[in-house]
Design a binder for this molecule. Structure first.
Ligand code: DX5
Ligand code: ZN
Length: 216
């Protein structure tokens, strides 16, 4: 399993220490949640934090933009060294163009779906994206309860990927914990984002290892 701990649940008074933990852990990526208070009813952190983290984090940055007009920030993210740019389907009128722009800037392109957006809307873009991020809670906050219907969505997406010959990975975000992680792995998930389950633990590295060892 590819594991992408979400910094949203970290202790912001000691980010240096938290990044150090990630660097030494078995985490594959670091998931960074950007919010604008418009697309989602919350604001997290922005470029001043990303710029500070990028040079000290040794793991690829998996940036999740919960903002309107995410394409405005493509070049800025590429410049700071982000590996993956996740944009919401619901925030992009011209999604195909945005995906192209992300690729042209040298990053992997991922499209994110809100819980109420059906998987079938991806039918005409699935072969162009590197990853699909399925929100398994409503975006905007950490520590929410997992939406059970997400398991069906993972299975539907898996079927679409196999049928079309797409190489997209399936990532899930929200409510990943000891109960839901094995169910998600069984449904066909490739990448797990985990915020509170990792950073809220006494031993975050152990939690990362536990998720890492889940087999698809
Ligand atoms: C929520 C964010 C998530 C969040 C997940 O909008 O996209 O990445 O950090 O938090 P947990 O794992 O605590 O549900
Ligand atoms: Zn996220």
């Amino acid at each position: 399993m590819i594991v992408s701990p979400s910094l949203l649940a970290a202790d912001f008074t000691c980010l240096n220490k938290e990044i150090d933990m990630i660097n030494h852990s078995e985490a594959d990526w670091l998931h960074l949640d950007i919010m604008d208070g418009v697309f989602v009813p919350n604001i997290s952190f922005g470029f001043s934090v990303l710029d500070a983290i990028a040079p000290i984090c040794t793991k690829p940055l998996d940036v999740h933009l919960m903002i309107v007009e995410p394409e405005k920030f493509t070049n800025r993210l590429a410049k700071l060294g982000a590996s993956i740019m996740n944009v919401h389907y619901e925030a992009c009128t011209h999604l195909h163009r945005v995906i192209q722009q992300i690729h042209d800037a040298g990053m992997k392109a991922a499209v994110t779906l809100n819980p109420s957006t059906p998987v079938c809307v991806l039918e005409d873009i699935i072969k162009d994206v590197d990853m699909v991020l399925l929100m398994t809670v409503n975006p905007g906050f950490g520590g929410q309860q997992f939406i059970e219907h997400s398991l069906d969505k993972v299975r539907m997406l898996k079927e679409m990927i196999e049928r079309t010959g797409s190489h997209a990975l399936i990532e899930v975000d929200g409510g990943v914990n000891a109960r839901t992680a094995p169910l998600l792995a069984q449904a066909g998930v490739d990448v797990m984002v985990a915020g509170s389950y990792v950073f809220g633990a006494e031993n975050p590295e152990e939690r990362i290892k536990e998720l890492k060892n889940l087999t698809v």
